[in-house]
Ligand binder design. Structure first.
Ligand SMILES: Cc1cc2nc3c(=O)[nH]c(=O)nc-3n(C[C@H](O)[C@H](O)[C@H](O)COP(=O)(O)O)c2cc1C
Length: 184
């Protein structure tokens, strides 16, 4: 007996929300993929900062490559892997970039000093330096702080089990989510 796709979707959302709060949650650090400025795929690990019915958020330095990529191509894909539960979740959608606005300020206010410090790094991320230590922290990190807010409209859930894999795909049209189990 399987739960309905809608009950499954609610469970997925619960797990995403939990991941934003629990440091050790496997879904806390998804891989996020973007279209590179050279039109090749780019992927990297990030921290999931917020999750709701159709929004996922991450924080980043606006000097980073991904910020420039997302300014040009708004599509983004997230890949979550829970090794202990053997569940992969893929999510995709379009982003809105927030910098120096009410949403960015609210996110910044909730960050600890340790997280804020990373935005004070000089020179900018990916600038060649003479030794691995040839960088410093200066100024106020907020000017380089950005929030990537993804409005997602597609989810692909895959559960690996010994008795046979299970997979479901969900799509959103306006505010309405539709989900269906599919062949794995
Ligand atoms: C566990 C972990 C968490 C990370 N979290 C973030 C993050 O939340 N935001 C971010 O911009 N980079 C994060 N990074 C660094 C990125 O993976 C990446 O190296 C960096 O952002 C540069 O990527 P880009 O050149 O594609 O912009 C994290 C790396 C690791 C290993």
């Amino acid at each position: 007996m399987s739960i309905t796709p809608e009950v499954l979707r609610q469970d997925i959302l619960l797990n995403l929300r939990t991941a934003t709060k629990k440091r050790k949650s496997p879904w806390k650090t998804p891989v996020v993929s973007t279209m590179g400025l050279d039109n090749t795929p780019k992927a990297r690990v990030v921290v999931l900062r917020r999750a709701s019915n159709d929004v996922l958020e991450l924080h980043t330095d606006i000097r980073s490559e991904k910020w420039a990529e997302l300014t040009k191509h708004q599509h983004i894909a997230w890949t979550f892997w829970d090794r202990s539960r053997q569940i992969q979740l893929r999510v995709s959608g379009c982003v809105v970039l927030h910098q120096n606005d009410a949403l960015a300020q609210d996110n910044w206010n909730r960050l600890g000093e340790g997280s804020r410090k990373t935005y004070r790094v000089e020179p900018a991320p990916a600038t060649p330096i003479a030794t691995p230590e040839s960088y410093s922290y200066r100024g106020d990190g907020y000017r380089y702080f950005g929030v990537v807010r993804c409005h997602f409209d597609w989810m692909d859930w895959l559960h690996l089990t010994r008795d046979g894999h299970k997979r479901a795909i969900f799509t959103r049209d306006a505010n309405k989510w539709t989900g269906s189990y599919v062949s794995p």
